[in-house]
Write a protein that binds this ligand. Structure first.
Ligand code: HEM
Ligand code: HEM
Length: 462
Protein backbone atom coordinates (compact mmCIF):
# COMPACT_ATOMS: atom_id res chain seq x y z
CA UNK A 1 0.00 0.00 0.00
CA UNK A 2 1.60 3.30 -1.15
CA UNK A 3 1.47 6.15 1.41
CA UNK A 4 -0.84 9.10 0.91
CA UNK A 5 -2.49 7.86 -2.31
CA UNK A 6 -6.10 9.03 -2.78
CA UNK A 7 -8.39 7.03 -0.48
CA UNK A 8 -5.41 5.52 1.36
CA UNK A 9 -6.79 6.78 4.72
CA UNK A 10 -10.00 4.90 3.97
CA UNK A 11 -8.07 1.73 3.18
CA UNK A 12 -5.86 2.06 6.25
CA UNK A 13 -8.87 2.33 8.58
CA UNK A 14 -10.50 -0.68 6.87
CA UNK A 15 -7.34 -2.82 7.11
CA UNK A 16 -6.68 -1.98 10.77
CA UNK A 17 -10.39 -2.45 11.57
CA UNK A 18 -10.26 -5.93 10.04
CA UNK A 19 -7.27 -6.84 12.19
CA UNK A 20 -9.04 -5.64 15.36
CA UNK A 21 -12.11 -7.66 14.33
CA UNK A 22 -10.01 -10.84 14.78
CA UNK A 23 -8.25 -9.67 17.94
CA UNK A 24 -11.45 -8.37 19.57
CA UNK A 25 -13.49 -11.50 18.93
CA UNK A 26 -10.64 -13.72 20.24
CA UNK A 27 -10.79 -11.75 23.48
CA UNK A 28 -14.58 -12.37 23.43
CA UNK A 29 -13.70 -16.06 23.31
CA UNK A 30 -11.38 -15.70 26.34
CA UNK A 31 -14.21 -13.98 28.24
CA UNK A 32 -16.73 -16.64 27.18
CA UNK A 33 -14.36 -19.44 28.24
CA UNK A 34 -14.11 -17.82 31.66
CA UNK A 35 -17.89 -17.88 32.06
CA UNK A 36 -17.89 -21.63 31.34
CA UNK A 37 -14.71 -22.51 33.24
CA UNK A 38 -13.66 -19.73 35.64
CA UNK A 39 -10.33 -21.37 36.52
CA UNK A 40 -9.20 -21.84 32.90
CA UNK A 41 -6.98 -18.72 32.70
CA UNK A 42 -6.38 -18.41 36.44
CA UNK A 43 -2.59 -18.41 36.03
CA UNK A 44 -2.48 -15.87 33.22
CA UNK A 45 -3.40 -12.51 34.77
CA UNK A 46 -3.73 -10.73 31.39
CA UNK A 47 -6.51 -13.10 30.37
CA UNK A 48 -8.68 -13.24 33.47
CA UNK A 49 -12.26 -12.07 32.91
CA UNK A 50 -11.86 -8.64 34.51
CA UNK A 51 -9.07 -7.84 32.04
CA UNK A 52 -10.08 -9.78 28.91
CA UNK A 53 -13.69 -8.52 28.93
CA UNK A 54 -12.82 -4.80 28.61
CA UNK A 55 -10.23 -5.64 25.94
CA UNK A 56 -12.95 -7.52 24.03
CA UNK A 57 -15.58 -4.81 24.36
CA UNK A 58 -13.34 -1.82 23.58
CA UNK A 59 -11.51 -3.58 20.75
CA UNK A 60 -14.66 -4.65 18.91
CA UNK A 61 -16.34 -1.26 19.44
CA UNK A 62 -13.54 1.20 18.69
CA UNK A 63 -11.13 -1.11 16.88
CA UNK A 64 -13.43 -3.09 14.60
CA UNK A 65 -16.87 -1.55 14.06
CA UNK A 66 -15.99 2.14 14.39
CA UNK A 67 -12.70 1.83 12.44
CA UNK A 68 -14.27 0.04 9.47
CA UNK A 69 -17.20 2.48 9.34
CA UNK A 70 -14.82 5.46 9.58
CA UNK A 71 -12.76 3.96 6.76
CA UNK A 72 -15.87 3.65 4.59
CA UNK A 73 -16.74 7.28 5.40
CA UNK A 74 -13.29 8.39 4.32
CA UNK A 75 -14.21 6.94 0.96
CA UNK A 76 -17.77 8.15 0.50
CA UNK A 77 -17.35 11.72 1.81
CA UNK A 78 -14.73 12.76 -0.79
CA UNK A 79 -16.53 10.72 -3.47
CA UNK A 80 -19.91 12.34 -2.75
CA UNK A 81 -18.30 15.78 -2.71
CA UNK A 82 -16.37 15.05 -5.95
CA UNK A 83 -13.33 16.43 -4.11
CA UNK A 84 -10.16 14.71 -2.88
CA UNK A 85 -9.77 14.39 0.89
CA UNK A 86 -8.20 17.65 2.14
CA UNK A 87 -5.14 15.83 3.48
CA UNK A 88 -4.30 12.13 3.28
CA UNK A 89 -1.28 12.60 5.66
CA UNK A 90 -3.62 14.12 8.28
CA UNK A 91 -5.96 11.17 7.65
CA UNK A 92 -3.08 8.75 8.30
CA UNK A 93 -2.23 10.65 11.49
CA UNK A 94 -5.83 10.29 12.73
CA UNK A 95 -5.73 6.59 11.91
CA UNK A 96 -2.44 6.25 13.83
CA UNK A 97 -3.77 8.05 16.95
CA UNK A 98 -7.01 6.06 16.79
CA UNK A 99 -5.14 2.78 16.61
CA UNK A 100 -2.71 3.71 19.40
CA UNK A 101 -5.74 4.19 21.64
CA UNK A 102 -7.18 0.81 20.61
CA UNK A 103 -3.77 -0.88 21.06
CA UNK A 104 -3.56 0.50 24.59
CA UNK A 105 -6.50 -1.81 25.49
CA UNK A 106 -4.79 -5.22 25.30
CA UNK A 107 -1.59 -3.73 26.77
CA UNK A 108 -2.81 -1.57 29.64
CA UNK A 109 -5.90 -3.59 30.61
CA UNK A 110 -3.80 -6.74 30.35
CA UNK A 111 -1.39 -5.19 32.88
CA UNK A 112 -4.28 -4.17 35.10
CA UNK A 113 -4.35 -0.44 34.25
CA UNK A 114 -7.86 0.73 33.44
CA UNK A 115 -10.10 3.60 34.44
CA UNK A 116 -12.65 0.98 35.40
CA UNK A 117 -15.78 2.60 33.96
CA UNK A 118 -17.44 0.48 31.25
CA UNK A 119 -16.89 1.89 27.71
CA UNK A 120 -14.62 4.57 29.29
CA UNK A 121 -11.86 2.21 30.42
CA UNK A 122 -9.02 3.62 28.32
CA UNK A 123 -6.38 5.29 30.46
CA UNK A 124 -5.92 9.03 30.12
CA UNK A 125 -3.05 9.02 27.63
CA UNK A 126 -5.09 6.74 25.36
CA UNK A 127 -8.04 9.14 25.74
CA UNK A 128 -5.74 11.94 24.54
CA UNK A 129 -4.70 9.85 21.54
CA UNK A 130 -8.33 9.09 20.65
CA UNK A 131 -9.27 12.76 21.03
CA UNK A 132 -6.43 13.76 18.68
CA UNK A 133 -7.78 11.28 16.13
CA UNK A 134 -11.25 12.81 16.43
CA UNK A 135 -10.01 16.42 16.20
CA UNK A 136 -7.80 15.70 13.19
CA UNK A 137 -10.74 14.00 11.49
CA UNK A 138 -12.91 17.06 12.11
CA UNK A 139 -10.23 19.27 10.55
CA UNK A 140 -9.86 16.97 7.55
CA UNK A 141 -13.59 16.56 6.91
CA UNK A 142 -14.49 20.22 7.44
CA UNK A 143 -11.68 21.34 5.11
CA UNK A 144 -12.82 18.80 2.50
CA UNK A 145 -16.36 20.16 2.76
CA UNK A 146 -15.13 23.76 2.49
CA UNK A 147 -13.07 22.91 -0.62
CA UNK A 148 -15.79 20.82 -2.22
CA UNK A 149 -16.71 20.90 -5.88
CA UNK A 150 -20.18 19.42 -5.34
CA UNK A 151 -22.36 21.96 -3.56
CA UNK A 152 -25.04 19.48 -2.48
CA UNK A 153 -24.32 17.75 0.85
CA UNK A 154 -25.82 14.27 0.65
CA UNK A 155 -27.14 12.94 3.98
CA UNK A 156 -24.21 10.48 4.45
CA UNK A 157 -21.81 13.46 4.56
CA UNK A 158 -23.88 14.97 7.38
CA UNK A 159 -23.78 11.76 9.39
CA UNK A 160 -20.05 11.12 8.98
CA UNK A 161 -19.07 14.70 9.85
CA UNK A 162 -21.63 15.00 12.66
CA UNK A 163 -20.23 11.84 14.24
CA UNK A 164 -16.85 13.46 14.88
CA UNK A 165 -18.28 16.79 16.04
CA UNK A 166 -20.55 15.13 18.62
CA UNK A 167 -18.21 12.36 19.68
CA UNK A 168 -15.30 14.68 20.45
CA UNK A 169 -17.49 16.61 22.96
CA UNK A 170 -19.26 13.57 24.40
CA UNK A 171 -16.03 11.56 24.76
CA UNK A 172 -14.25 14.42 26.55
CA UNK A 173 -17.10 14.92 29.02
CA UNK A 174 -18.02 11.24 29.56
CA UNK A 175 -14.41 10.24 30.14
CA UNK A 176 -13.91 13.16 32.56
CA UNK A 177 -10.70 13.98 30.76
CA UNK A 178 -9.96 16.97 32.99
CA UNK A 179 -9.28 14.47 35.81
CA UNK A 180 -6.36 12.55 34.27
CA UNK A 181 -5.62 10.40 37.31
CA UNK A 182 -9.05 8.80 37.72
CA UNK A 183 -11.08 9.79 34.67
CA UNK A 184 -14.01 9.97 37.05
CA UNK A 185 -16.02 12.31 39.25
CA UNK A 186 -17.07 11.44 42.73
CA UNK A 187 -20.48 10.52 44.10
CA UNK A 188 -23.67 9.95 42.18
CA UNK A 189 -22.69 12.54 39.58
CA UNK A 190 -20.15 10.06 38.21
CA UNK A 191 -22.51 7.34 36.91
CA UNK A 192 -24.69 10.04 35.37
CA UNK A 193 -21.75 11.49 33.41
CA UNK A 194 -20.34 8.02 32.78
CA UNK A 195 -23.58 6.72 31.21
CA UNK A 196 -23.94 9.94 29.25
CA UNK A 197 -20.94 8.57 27.35
CA UNK A 198 -21.90 4.89 27.78
CA UNK A 199 -24.95 5.38 25.60
CA UNK A 200 -23.52 8.05 23.35
CA UNK A 201 -20.79 5.67 22.25
CA UNK A 202 -23.43 3.59 20.42
CA UNK A 203 -25.69 6.60 19.91
CA UNK A 204 -23.40 9.34 18.63
CA UNK A 205 -20.50 7.29 17.26
CA UNK A 206 -21.74 3.93 15.94
CA UNK A 207 -25.34 4.82 15.01
CA UNK A 208 -24.59 7.85 12.81
CA UNK A 209 -21.62 6.12 11.17
CA UNK A 210 -23.74 3.06 10.36
CA UNK A 211 -26.70 5.17 9.23
CA UNK A 212 -24.51 7.28 6.94
CA UNK A 213 -23.06 4.12 5.42
CA UNK A 214 -26.52 2.55 4.89
CA UNK A 215 -27.71 5.77 3.21
CA UNK A 216 -24.80 5.37 0.82
CA UNK A 217 -25.08 1.66 0.02
CA UNK A 218 -28.85 1.09 -0.23
CA UNK A 219 -29.61 3.57 -3.05
CA UNK A 220 -26.54 2.39 -4.95
CA UNK A 221 -27.45 -1.29 -4.73
CA UNK A 222 -31.12 -0.83 -5.64
CA UNK A 223 -30.13 1.74 -8.29
CA UNK A 224 -32.74 4.24 -7.13
CA UNK A 225 -32.29 7.78 -5.79
CA UNK A 226 -33.05 8.32 -2.10
CA UNK A 227 -36.80 8.46 -1.41
CA UNK A 228 -36.83 11.63 0.72
CA UNK A 229 -34.17 14.14 1.71
CA UNK A 230 -36.60 15.75 4.16
CA UNK A 231 -36.97 12.45 6.05
CA UNK A 232 -33.17 12.18 6.01
CA UNK A 233 -32.86 15.58 7.69
CA UNK A 234 -35.59 14.79 10.26
CA UNK A 235 -33.86 11.53 11.20
CA UNK A 236 -30.51 13.30 11.54
CA UNK A 237 -31.66 16.16 13.78
CA UNK A 238 -33.96 14.04 15.94
CA UNK A 239 -31.07 11.64 16.58
CA UNK A 240 -29.08 14.54 18.07
CA UNK A 241 -32.12 15.84 19.93
CA UNK A 242 -33.12 12.56 21.61
CA UNK A 243 -30.03 10.36 21.89
CA UNK A 244 -27.89 12.86 23.81
CA UNK A 245 -29.75 12.55 27.10
CA UNK A 246 -31.01 8.97 27.35
CA UNK A 247 -27.93 7.53 29.11
CA UNK A 248 -29.90 7.61 32.39
CA UNK A 249 -31.85 4.54 31.24
CA UNK A 250 -28.79 2.42 32.10
CA UNK A 251 -29.05 3.38 35.77
CA UNK A 252 -32.80 3.37 36.29
CA UNK A 253 -32.12 0.92 39.15
CA UNK A 254 -29.66 3.37 40.75
CA UNK A 255 -30.17 6.25 43.21
CA UNK A 256 -30.10 9.02 40.57
CA UNK A 257 -32.63 11.89 40.63
CA UNK A 258 -36.07 10.85 39.47
CA UNK A 259 -36.32 13.53 36.80
CA UNK A 260 -33.28 12.05 35.01
CA UNK A 261 -34.94 8.61 34.99
CA UNK A 262 -38.17 10.11 33.62
CA UNK A 263 -36.37 12.21 30.99
CA UNK A 264 -34.28 9.28 29.79
CA UNK A 265 -37.17 6.81 29.70
CA UNK A 266 -39.45 9.24 27.83
CA UNK A 267 -36.71 10.11 25.34
CA UNK A 268 -36.00 6.39 24.85
CA UNK A 269 -39.58 6.15 23.54
CA UNK A 270 -39.16 9.17 21.27
CA UNK A 271 -36.14 7.43 19.73
CA UNK A 272 -38.78 5.81 17.54
CA UNK A 273 -38.72 9.03 15.45
CA UNK A 274 -35.08 8.96 14.28
CA UNK A 275 -35.13 5.18 13.98
CA UNK A 276 -38.29 4.87 11.92
CA UNK A 277 -37.59 7.86 9.68
CA UNK A 278 -34.31 6.24 8.63
CA UNK A 279 -35.85 2.79 8.17
CA UNK A 280 -38.89 4.14 6.30
CA UNK A 281 -36.73 6.29 4.06
CA UNK A 282 -34.50 3.37 3.09
CA UNK A 283 -37.44 1.00 2.82
CA UNK A 284 -39.25 3.36 0.43
CA UNK A 285 -36.02 3.82 -1.55
CA UNK A 286 -35.77 0.05 -2.01
CA UNK A 287 -39.50 -0.56 -2.53
CA UNK A 288 -40.08 -2.70 -5.58
CA UNK A 289 -36.35 -3.38 -5.92
CA UNK A 290 -35.71 -5.08 -2.60
CA UNK A 291 -34.68 -8.26 -4.42
CA UNK A 292 -31.50 -6.48 -5.49
CA UNK A 293 -30.60 -5.88 -1.84
CA UNK A 294 -31.25 -9.52 -1.03
CA UNK A 295 -29.22 -10.91 -3.88
CA UNK A 296 -26.22 -8.60 -3.89
CA UNK A 297 -23.73 -9.77 -1.18
CA UNK A 298 -22.89 -6.30 0.21
CA UNK A 299 -26.52 -5.12 0.04
CA UNK A 300 -27.64 -8.26 1.88
CA UNK A 301 -25.27 -7.51 4.78
CA UNK A 302 -26.55 -3.93 5.00
CA UNK A 303 -30.18 -5.08 4.77
CA UNK A 304 -29.58 -7.57 7.60
CA UNK A 305 -27.96 -4.76 9.61
CA UNK A 306 -31.07 -2.63 9.16
CA UNK A 307 -33.30 -5.50 10.29
CA UNK A 308 -31.14 -5.95 13.41
CA UNK A 309 -31.50 -2.17 13.93
CA UNK A 310 -35.28 -2.55 13.86
CA UNK A 311 -35.19 -5.40 16.43
CA UNK A 312 -32.67 -3.53 18.63
CA UNK A 313 -34.76 -0.39 18.63
CA UNK A 314 -38.01 -2.18 19.46
CA UNK A 315 -36.23 -3.92 22.33
CA UNK A 316 -34.35 -0.80 23.54
CA UNK A 317 -37.29 1.45 24.48
CA UNK A 318 -39.09 -1.50 26.12
CA UNK A 319 -36.13 -2.40 28.30
CA UNK A 320 -35.81 1.20 29.45
CA UNK A 321 -39.21 0.91 31.20
CA UNK A 322 -38.82 0.68 34.99
CA UNK A 323 -41.59 -1.97 35.06
CA UNK A 324 -39.68 -4.34 32.75
CA UNK A 325 -36.17 -3.66 34.05
CA UNK A 326 -36.52 -5.89 37.14
CA UNK A 327 -36.56 -8.81 34.69
CA UNK A 328 -34.15 -7.54 32.02
CA UNK A 329 -31.53 -5.56 33.96
CA UNK A 330 -28.43 -7.01 35.66
CA UNK A 331 -28.42 -10.15 33.52
CA UNK A 332 -27.66 -11.61 30.11
CA UNK A 333 -30.68 -9.98 28.45
CA UNK A 334 -28.66 -6.75 28.16
CA UNK A 335 -25.64 -8.65 26.81
CA UNK A 336 -27.93 -10.06 24.09
CA UNK A 337 -29.19 -6.56 23.26
CA UNK A 338 -25.60 -5.25 23.17
CA UNK A 339 -24.54 -7.91 20.64
CA UNK A 340 -27.46 -7.49 18.24
CA UNK A 341 -27.00 -3.71 18.48
CA UNK A 342 -23.25 -3.42 18.04
CA UNK A 343 -22.54 -6.45 15.86
CA UNK A 344 -25.99 -6.91 14.30
CA UNK A 345 -26.77 -3.32 13.40
CA UNK A 346 -23.49 -1.41 13.10
CA UNK A 347 -21.18 -4.42 12.59
CA UNK A 348 -23.19 -5.94 9.71
CA UNK A 349 -23.43 -2.53 8.03
CA UNK A 350 -19.68 -2.01 8.54
CA UNK A 351 -18.82 -5.33 6.89
CA UNK A 352 -21.32 -4.84 4.03
CA UNK A 353 -20.20 -1.28 3.30
CA UNK A 354 -16.55 -2.25 3.45
CA UNK A 355 -16.94 -4.86 0.68
CA UNK A 356 -19.10 -2.40 -1.26
CA UNK A 357 -16.52 0.41 -1.32
CA UNK A 358 -13.34 -1.70 -1.55
CA UNK A 359 -13.36 -2.06 -5.37
CA UNK A 360 -13.78 1.70 -5.71
CA UNK A 361 -10.93 2.34 -3.27
CA UNK A 362 -8.51 -0.26 -4.60
CA UNK A 363 -9.50 -0.58 -8.26
CA UNK A 364 -9.79 -4.34 -7.72
CA UNK A 365 -12.82 -6.61 -7.58
CA UNK A 366 -13.48 -8.39 -4.28
CA UNK A 367 -11.37 -11.56 -4.47
CA UNK A 368 -14.20 -13.89 -3.54
CA UNK A 369 -17.87 -12.86 -3.32
CA UNK A 370 -18.50 -16.48 -2.22
CA UNK A 371 -16.40 -15.81 0.89
CA UNK A 372 -18.43 -12.63 1.55
CA UNK A 373 -21.54 -14.81 1.45
CA UNK A 374 -19.90 -17.35 3.76
CA UNK A 375 -18.98 -14.53 6.14
CA UNK A 376 -22.61 -13.40 6.09
CA UNK A 377 -23.84 -16.92 6.86
CA UNK A 378 -21.39 -17.39 9.75
CA UNK A 379 -22.25 -14.00 11.22
CA UNK A 380 -25.98 -14.69 10.94
CA UNK A 381 -25.63 -18.10 12.55
CA UNK A 382 -23.46 -16.85 15.41
CA UNK A 383 -25.41 -13.70 16.13
CA UNK A 384 -28.91 -15.18 15.88
CA UNK A 385 -27.70 -17.90 18.24
CA UNK A 386 -26.20 -15.33 20.63
CA UNK A 387 -29.48 -13.39 20.65
CA UNK A 388 -31.64 -16.43 21.42
CA UNK A 389 -29.30 -17.97 24.00
CA UNK A 390 -28.49 -14.75 25.87
CA UNK A 391 -32.09 -13.54 25.89
CA UNK A 392 -33.24 -16.91 27.26
CA UNK A 393 -30.47 -16.91 29.89
CA UNK A 394 -31.44 -13.35 30.85
CA UNK A 395 -35.08 -14.33 31.27
CA UNK A 396 -34.14 -17.29 33.46
CA UNK A 397 -31.94 -15.05 35.65
CA UNK A 398 -34.38 -12.12 35.65
CA UNK A 399 -37.46 -14.12 36.56
CA UNK A 400 -35.62 -16.06 39.26
CA UNK A 401 -34.29 -12.93 40.92
CA UNK A 402 -37.66 -11.24 40.54
CA UNK A 403 -39.21 -14.18 42.39
CA UNK A 404 -36.72 -13.77 45.23
CA UNK A 405 -34.50 -16.74 44.34
CA UNK A 406 -30.91 -16.50 45.61
CA UNK A 407 -28.16 -16.03 43.04
CA UNK A 408 -26.38 -19.26 43.93
CA UNK A 409 -29.54 -21.22 43.14
CA UNK A 410 -29.74 -19.73 39.64
CA UNK A 411 -26.08 -20.19 38.71
CA UNK A 412 -26.35 -23.97 38.05
CA UNK A 413 -28.98 -23.18 35.40
CA UNK A 414 -26.52 -21.13 33.33
CA UNK A 415 -23.81 -23.49 31.95
CA UNK A 416 -25.88 -24.70 28.96
CA UNK A 417 -26.42 -21.09 27.86
CA UNK A 418 -22.83 -20.03 28.49
CA UNK A 419 -21.53 -23.16 26.74
CA UNK A 420 -23.73 -22.53 23.70
CA UNK A 421 -22.54 -18.92 23.52
CA UNK A 422 -18.96 -20.17 23.51
CA UNK A 423 -19.67 -22.53 20.60
CA UNK A 424 -21.65 -19.96 18.62
CA UNK A 425 -18.88 -17.41 19.16
CA UNK A 426 -16.54 -19.59 17.10
CA UNK A 427 -18.73 -18.90 14.09
CA UNK A 428 -18.33 -15.13 14.57
CA UNK A 429 -14.57 -15.53 15.07
CA UNK A 430 -14.35 -17.62 11.89
CA UNK A 431 -16.15 -14.81 10.01
CA UNK A 432 -13.44 -12.36 11.08
CA UNK A 433 -10.60 -14.55 9.84
CA UNK A 434 -12.34 -15.33 6.54
CA UNK A 435 -12.97 -11.62 6.06
CA UNK A 436 -9.32 -10.81 6.68
CA UNK A 437 -8.17 -13.50 4.23
CA UNK A 438 -10.56 -12.16 1.59
CA UNK A 439 -9.30 -8.61 2.19
CA UNK A 440 -5.62 -9.56 1.84
CA UNK A 441 -6.39 -11.60 -1.29
CA UNK A 442 -8.39 -8.70 -2.74
CA UNK A 443 -5.43 -6.38 -2.25
CA UNK A 444 -2.95 -8.86 -3.68
CA UNK A 445 -4.88 -10.83 -6.31
CA UNK A 446 -8.20 -9.05 -6.85
CA UNK A 447 -8.97 -8.75 -10.55
CA UNK A 448 -8.26 -5.15 -11.68
CA UNK A 449 -11.46 -3.32 -12.58
CA UNK A 450 -11.92 -1.18 -15.65
CA UNK A 451 -11.88 2.39 -14.21
CA UNK A 452 -14.82 3.32 -16.48
CA UNK A 453 -17.07 0.84 -14.71
CA UNK A 454 -16.17 2.39 -11.35
CA UNK A 455 -17.36 5.89 -12.20
CA UNK A 456 -20.70 6.73 -10.66
CA UNK A 457 -22.67 9.93 -10.45
CA UNK A 458 -24.15 11.50 -7.34
CA UNK A 459 -27.45 11.81 -9.22
CA UNK A 460 -27.77 8.02 -9.15
CA UNK A 461 -28.39 8.09 -5.40
CA UNK A 462 -29.30 11.65 -4.44
C1 HEM B 1 -34.21 3.11 20.35
C2 HEM B 1 -32.98 2.89 20.57
C3 HEM B 1 -32.40 2.25 21.82
C4 HEM B 1 -32.85 2.27 23.11
C5 HEM B 1 -34.05 3.00 23.66
C6 HEM B 1 -31.92 1.48 23.89
C7 HEM B 1 -32.05 1.24 25.25
C8 HEM B 1 -31.13 0.56 26.02
C9 HEM B 1 -31.26 0.33 27.44
C10 HEM B 1 -32.43 0.77 28.29
C11 HEM B 1 -30.15 -0.34 27.84
C12 HEM B 1 -29.80 -0.73 29.26
C13 HEM B 1 -30.38 -2.03 29.62
C14 HEM B 1 -30.07 -2.37 31.06
O1 HEM B 1 -28.95 -2.15 31.54
O2 HEM B 1 -30.99 -2.87 31.69
C15 HEM B 1 -29.33 -0.54 26.67
C16 HEM B 1 -28.10 -1.18 26.67
C17 HEM B 1 -27.24 -1.16 25.60
N1 HEM B 1 -27.50 -0.67 24.33
FE1 HEM B 1 -29.25 0.05 23.69
N2 HEM B 1 -30.95 0.99 23.07
C18 HEM B 1 -31.18 1.46 21.80
C19 HEM B 1 -30.43 1.25 20.67
C20 HEM B 1 -29.12 0.82 20.71
C21 HEM B 1 -28.22 0.84 19.58
C22 HEM B 1 -28.60 1.31 18.18
C23 HEM B 1 -27.03 0.38 20.04
C24 HEM B 1 -25.74 0.17 19.29
C25 HEM B 1 -25.39 0.74 18.16
C26 HEM B 1 -27.19 0.04 21.45
C27 HEM B 1 -26.20 -0.48 22.26
C28 HEM B 1 -26.36 -0.84 23.58
C29 HEM B 1 -25.32 -1.45 24.38
C30 HEM B 1 -23.90 -1.79 23.93
C31 HEM B 1 -25.88 -1.67 25.65
C32 HEM B 1 -25.20 -2.36 26.84
C33 HEM B 1 -24.77 -1.36 27.84
C34 HEM B 1 -24.19 -2.04 29.08
O3 HEM B 1 -23.08 -2.55 28.99
O4 HEM B 1 -24.87 -2.08 30.09
N3 HEM B 1 -28.47 0.31 21.80
N4 HEM B 1 -29.95 0.01 25.57
C1 HEM C 1 -17.54 -8.38 16.48
C2 HEM C 1 -18.30 -9.13 17.22
C3 HEM C 1 -18.69 -8.76 18.62
C4 HEM C 1 -19.13 -7.57 19.12
C5 HEM C 1 -19.35 -6.27 18.37
C6 HEM C 1 -19.33 -7.75 20.55
C7 HEM C 1 -19.74 -6.77 21.43
C8 HEM C 1 -19.85 -6.91 22.80
C9 HEM C 1 -20.31 -5.89 23.72
C10 HEM C 1 -20.77 -4.49 23.32
C11 HEM C 1 -20.28 -6.41 24.97
C12 HEM C 1 -20.70 -5.71 26.27
C13 HEM C 1 -22.07 -6.23 26.66
C14 HEM C 1 -22.68 -5.61 27.87
O1 HEM C 1 -21.95 -5.08 28.72
O2 HEM C 1 -23.90 -5.66 28.02
C15 HEM C 1 -19.77 -7.76 24.86
C16 HEM C 1 -19.57 -8.62 25.92
C17 HEM C 1 -19.21 -9.92 25.79
N1 HEM C 1 -19.00 -10.60 24.61
FE1 HEM C 1 -19.01 -9.84 22.76
N2 HEM C 1 -19.01 -9.05 20.88
C18 HEM C 1 -18.63 -9.71 19.72
C19 HEM C 1 -18.24 -11.01 19.59
C20 HEM C 1 -18.16 -11.89 20.64
C21 HEM C 1 -17.74 -13.25 20.53
C22 HEM C 1 -17.33 -13.92 19.22
C23 HEM C 1 -17.79 -13.79 21.78
C24 HEM C 1 -17.50 -15.17 22.24
C25 HEM C 1 -16.79 -16.04 21.63
C26 HEM C 1 -18.23 -12.75 22.68
C27 HEM C 1 -18.39 -12.90 24.04
C28 HEM C 1 -18.67 -11.90 24.93
C29 HEM C 1 -18.68 -12.06 26.38
C30 HEM C 1 -18.38 -13.34 27.14
C31 HEM C 1 -19.01 -10.82 26.92
C32 HEM C 1 -19.13 -10.47 28.41
C33 HEM C 1 -20.56 -10.73 28.85
C34 HEM C 1 -20.76 -10.55 30.32
O3 HEM C 1 -20.16 -9.66 30.95
O4 HEM C 1 -21.55 -11.33 30.88
N3 HEM C 1 -18.47 -11.61 21.95
N4 HEM C 1 -19.51 -8.04 23.53
Amino acid sequence: MKPFKPYSTALLFIITGSVWYMVGTIYGLFSAIHLVSPEFFANIPALVFSRARPVHVNTVLYGFVASVLIGCGYYYVPALLRTPLWSEPVGWASCLFWNLAVLSGPISFGMGYSQGREYAEYIWIADVSLMLALLLSILNLVMTILNRVEKYLYISVWYMTGTFLWTSGAYFIGNVMWHPRTGALSGILDPIVHWFWGHNLPGLLLTPLATGAAYFVVPRVVKRPLYSHALGAIGFWTLVAFYTHIGGHHIVQGPIPNWIKVASTVSSMTMAIPVFTVLTNLWMTARGAGGRLLHEPTGRLVLAGLIWYLITCIQGPLQSLPYLQPVTHFNNWTVGHAHIAVLGFSGFIAVGTMWHVLPMITGRRVYSPALVNLQFGLLMLGLTGFFLVLTAAGLVQGSAWNNGELVYKVLPELPPYMGSRLGLGLSIIASSFIGFYNLVMTLRRGEPVDPDTMVWELEEIA
